[in-house]
Write a protein that binds this ligand. Sequence first.
Ligand code: IPE
Ligand code: IPE
Ligand code: MG
Length: 254
Amino acid sequence: MALFKSSTRIIPDAPLVPRHIAMIMDGNGRWAKQRFLPRVAGHQRGVETVREMVKACRILGVEYLTLFAFSSENWRRPADEVSFLMQLFVKMLEREVGKLHEAKVRLKIVGDLSRFDEQLRRYIAEAEQLTADNDGLTLTIAANYGGRWDIMHAMQGLWKAHPEKAGDFSEEDLEPYLSMHYAPEPDLFIRTGGEQRISNFLLWQLAYTELYFTDILWPAFDQAALEVAIQSYQKRERRYGRTSEQLTGGKTDA
Ligand code: IPE
Ligand code: IPE
Ligand code: MG
């Protein structure tokens, strides 16, 4: 049984403060280039924004924050940038996990971890274990994540567990096998850096998420900018397929 309501089967609540925010942290390289710095300086500065977002979400009462840190397509980048990003990830885990734990943050890492080295996988497992029972913000880092990978991986897991049902699987059967089965679907998606695309992020889970795009580059994104995004979200009418009249109690044909 899935823990949360699926937007395509049941009409979920539309909370005033998004319960789950998913973010594509984009624009680090351009932020650095504008300052005549190497691209990796943008990644380094982007870590500050991650810290600020975690703090802001705790203050604002957001329950789940999901950050896209490395896509399955980011391996296509120059080898030295990929290796810098991996080292930064290890350093972040070493330095931040204790602080996150004190702040009662539950940390989750989703993605195809099989491509990471042994040491990184061990850090990930330890960090998840340490923070597993925390009841504050759930912070998910998507690393070597791809939306298509997630769906295929889930499908294979389901098929292996229930070969007898193959050919007759439902959405509900699949959901517990998706990597974010422990979280409700995102209410709000934010992409910084000006591009208006999903870049293979949470394809399944974004079915009815409100999308918000900003030109602000990730290292320059801050709590004030997050509040502007939430205000935009609060003005949206989340219809989930219904008519506007059905929501406002106005006249309907029914
Ligand atoms: C996002 O910033 C960080 C990662 C994808 C790891 P970019 O590195 O994509 O920055 P731009 O888009 O080149 O400015
Ligand atoms: C998306 O950013 C992935 C992450 C932020 C981790 P990219 O910069 O890799 O996306 P594209 O290539 O512009 O679509
Ligand atoms: Mg980019």
